[in-house]
Design a protein around this ligand. Sequence first.
Ligand code: PLP
Length: 399
Amino acid sequence: MAISRKITGFLSQASWIRKMFEEGERLRAIYGADKVYDFTLGNPDVEPPAAFKEELRKLALNPIPGMHRYMSNAGYEETRRAVAEVLAEKTGLPFKAHHIVMTVGAGGGLNVVLKTLLDEGSEVIVLTPYFVEYRFYVDNHGGIIKEVPTGSNFQPDLTALEEAITPRTKAVIINSPNNPTGVVYGTDCLAALGKLLDKKGQAMGTTIYLISDEPYAKIVYDDIEVPSVFQFTRNSIVVTSHSKDLALPGERIGYIAVHPEIEESDLLLEGLVFCNRTLGFVNAPALMQRLVARLQREEVDIAGYQEKRDLLYNHLVSLGFEVVKPQGAFYMFPRSPIPDDLEFAKLAQKYNILVVPGSGFGLPGYFRISYCISKQIILNSLPAWERLARELGLNKPVV
Ligand code: PLP
């Protein structure tokens, strides 16, 4: 075998993802794309805001000399300043350009942060269910992932989290609004979490960083606010991107923002910039940096996502599925009506419904629906969900 044993193992753990993708392709070839209800991918079907296209056109018509060259590994000053300005406004904290490192998406940013922070054997806590790539990102940099269950409605269980902290705990990764559940962590929860990490770090003479992965921060419903983690502990680092809020996932543009009063901030920032370079990213895509500098106050049409959430959530609940109502992102994570979520996903395929089993997010017994697909496909899928519910003998709740 030419490839490493570790990657061979990772590939076999994730083989069902490939199988599901292949099954989707097979079904599309037989029934046509509009009759296959593919809820598996987090790839937004919306277009970037009009302002993006306008700025792109302006830049193409008035190119800046040298705009395709290398730059500082942290990114353009202009872009970092624009990001810092909005963060300062939101948090009241003195963010400046040097607290920002532009990255190749949130995925790239998380790898940069983890490479900078982790020693061999450092522990990183994640809350189940979680974005499964964290497992591989932590492994990339010699860390060990520690999964901690969430409590009711997928909110952090601080008692369980406290029990999982050891002197080797280097960071906790949170993700709100959450993939795969769509839940948002409120002020009380984040305040208690920040306090806990500070208290435990002080008691052990270590620093436990709160890494907040926030690519969905602007995709929230019912006028709720996503509180900023920066308000709750100074040892906080936000990693985010414009993959979802500007619908630019293929353009790979994001950033890391470091709390202005974080411990040893100069050394940390130097480390981040070094790792951005030596992971081979070198710098975030130049053209996109120019554009997002002008788009920090823009976002995609959130009302459209909310409409899809309501459509699907109301339908599933009316059929008897048990679902925590998502407050953000474009996912929901219903309980699997049968204990084996892989079996459930297979059963759903019989009705051309493709979902991801909860096992893929570290929490068996559930399944993930991604509703960033066309409203028409969601509408087309409603009778199929009904037939699936009937086969499972789900009881409609009494109203
Ligand atoms: N974090 C979460 C929770 C995600 O869902 C995703 C993408 O789906 C990412 C990070 C990676 O996003 P990016 O495209 O910015 O790398």
